[in-house]
Design a protein. Structure first.
Length: 81
Protein backbone atom coordinates (compact mmCIF):
# COMPACT_ATOMS: atom_id res chain seq x y z
CA UNK A 1 0.00 0.00 0.00
CA UNK A 2 1.12 3.49 -0.75
CA UNK A 3 -0.01 6.90 0.33
CA UNK A 4 0.16 10.41 -1.03
CA UNK A 5 -0.27 13.69 0.75
CA UNK A 6 -1.60 16.72 -1.07
CA UNK A 7 -0.55 19.76 0.96
CA UNK A 8 -2.84 22.14 -0.97
CA UNK A 9 -5.91 20.03 -0.13
CA UNK A 10 -4.49 18.84 3.23
CA UNK A 11 -5.59 15.34 2.25
CA UNK A 12 -3.97 11.92 2.59
CA UNK A 13 -4.84 9.35 -0.06
CA UNK A 14 -4.10 5.73 0.76
CA UNK A 15 -3.92 3.47 -2.27
CA UNK A 16 -4.78 -0.16 -1.55
CA UNK A 17 -4.76 -1.12 -5.23
CA UNK A 18 -5.41 0.74 -8.46
CA UNK A 19 -8.62 0.19 -10.31
CA UNK A 20 -11.84 1.70 -11.62
CA UNK A 21 -13.98 3.29 -8.91
CA UNK A 22 -17.67 2.40 -9.09
CA UNK A 23 -18.78 3.58 -5.64
CA UNK A 24 -17.60 6.07 -3.03
CA UNK A 25 -18.80 6.03 0.56
CA UNK A 26 -18.18 8.55 3.31
CA UNK A 27 -17.49 6.32 6.31
CA UNK A 28 -16.88 9.21 8.72
CA UNK A 29 -16.89 12.98 8.33
CA UNK A 30 -14.13 13.78 5.84
CA UNK A 31 -13.18 10.13 5.27
CA UNK A 32 -14.13 8.54 1.95
CA UNK A 33 -13.54 5.03 0.61
CA UNK A 34 -13.65 4.21 -3.10
CA UNK A 35 -14.71 0.68 -4.09
CA UNK A 36 -14.47 -1.26 -7.35
CA UNK A 37 -17.37 -3.18 -8.92
CA UNK A 38 -16.56 -6.28 -6.84
CA UNK A 39 -16.71 -4.31 -3.59
CA UNK A 40 -12.98 -4.25 -2.93
CA UNK A 41 -11.63 -1.01 -1.46
CA UNK A 42 -9.27 0.81 -3.80
CA UNK A 43 -8.57 4.20 -2.22
CA UNK A 44 -9.09 5.89 1.13
CA UNK A 45 -9.11 9.69 1.27
CA UNK A 46 -8.77 11.54 4.55
CA UNK A 47 -9.45 15.28 4.50
CA UNK A 48 -7.99 17.71 7.07
CA UNK A 49 -5.11 15.29 7.49
CA UNK A 50 -2.84 17.78 9.24
CA UNK A 51 -5.35 18.12 12.08
CA UNK A 52 -6.07 14.40 12.31
CA UNK A 53 -2.50 13.09 12.23
CA UNK A 54 -0.60 15.93 13.86
CA UNK A 55 1.64 16.04 10.79
CA UNK A 56 2.82 12.41 11.01
CA UNK A 57 2.15 11.83 7.30
CA UNK A 58 1.53 15.43 6.29
CA UNK A 59 4.90 17.13 6.16
CA UNK A 60 5.24 19.24 3.02
CA UNK A 61 8.56 17.45 2.46
CA UNK A 62 6.98 13.97 2.64
CA UNK A 63 4.30 13.71 -0.03
CA UNK A 64 4.27 9.99 -0.74
CA UNK A 65 5.50 6.69 0.59
CA UNK A 66 4.76 3.10 1.40
CA UNK A 67 2.68 1.90 4.30
CA UNK A 68 2.72 -1.50 5.95
CA UNK A 69 0.54 -3.19 8.50
CA UNK A 70 -2.76 -2.08 6.99
CA UNK A 71 -4.00 -5.45 5.73
CA UNK A 72 -6.44 -5.80 8.62
CA UNK A 73 -7.85 -2.30 8.10
CA UNK A 74 -8.37 -3.05 4.40
CA UNK A 75 -10.31 -6.18 5.33
CA UNK A 76 -12.51 -4.11 7.65
CA UNK A 77 -13.29 -1.69 4.80
CA UNK A 78 -14.47 -4.61 2.65
CA UNK A 79 -17.03 -5.39 5.37
CA UNK A 80 -18.43 -1.82 5.16
CA UNK A 81 -19.65 -2.33 1.65
Amino acid sequence: MNYRYDPRADAVNIIFKKGKVTETREIAPGVMVDFDKKGAPLYLEILDAGKRFAHKYTSPKITSGKMSGLKRQRQELVKLR
